[in-house]
Design a protein around this ligand. Structure first.
Ligand code: SAM
Length: 218
């Protein structure tokens, strides 16, 4: 079971009966929902853009990608806040729980679920308004030991995210960097590949811990 104050292990904490445990944990649901609501607030952060009202498309059911959507806690909150959502996850055990929710609720017609890797997205260029990722982006370098390989993968992924975003599209990544180096390479992968923005940490002196990357396509 994924515990408070402990970084989860990928994929072990998200497969077989762990996927069921994850989905039935009220603490996890609250936690994911809280982080998603904060990210929606950050999505309209006015410091990212002076003309922020035109920066984010308001009241027009913008299309958002939920990267690493898991069992759908974040995707549901996004839908409830007026977004059309494409949820992407690499693990069928997690995604199938989100699919169950979609089957059970007729109102979830604005949710599409796709089994795919964040690093190789089957999404058309210039097609999405915004991108969000809650507690998932840390895992995309899973299995890579070498610093150079990690940097290359992060850069390639950020470049592709830039391509699939429409003009003025925004990205909010909530993640838990394990150290200062990881924090830097995640941030730089966006800044060096067509984004501008900044980081927000609830506990600024803590190098690891919850971090929000707020980025805008420039
Ligand atoms: C903490 S969980 C999901 C959090 C999600 N926000 C929710 O509401 O349930 C992290 C998810 O990231 C997914 N993930 C990890 N690496 C991935 C990758 N490379 N591509 C797509 N999904 C990935 C995992 O399968 C897992 O479901």
């Amino acid at each position: 079971m994924v515990r408070k104050n402990q970084l989860p292990k990928f994929p072990d904490d998200y497969i077989n009966d762990k996927a069921e445990e994850y989905d039935s944990s009220k603490w996890m649901e609250r936690n994911q929902k809280r982080s998603t609501l904060s990210s929606i607030q950050y999505l309209i952060e006015d410091k990212l853009n002076e003309d922020w009202v035109s920066g984010i498309i308001v009241g027009d059911s913008p299309l958002i990608l939920d990267l690493g959507c898991g069992t759908g806690f974040s995707s549901v909150i996004l839908m409830e806040n007026g977004f059309r959502v494409i949820g992407i996850d690499i693990l069928n055990d997690m995604l199938s729980k989100a699919r169950e929710k979609k089957r059970n609720f007729k109102d979830y017609k604005d949710l599409e679920l796709v089994l795919a890797d964040i690093n190789y997205l089957p999404i058309k260029v210039n097609s999405v308004d915004h991108i969000i990722s809650i507690s998932s982006y840390n895992f995309i370098t899973h299995g890579l030991q070498n610093y150079g390989e990690k940097v290359k993968l992060l850069n390639d992924t950020a470049k592709y995210l830039n391509k699939i975003l429409k003009n003025k599209g925004r990205v909010v990544i909530e993640f838990y960097p394990k150290d200062n180096q990881e924090l830097k390479i995640f941030n730089k992968s966006f800044i060096n590949n067509g984004f501008e923005g900044f980081m927000v940490k609830n506990k600024p002196n803590q190098k690891s811990g919850q971090t929000f990357l707020l980025m805008k396509k420039c």
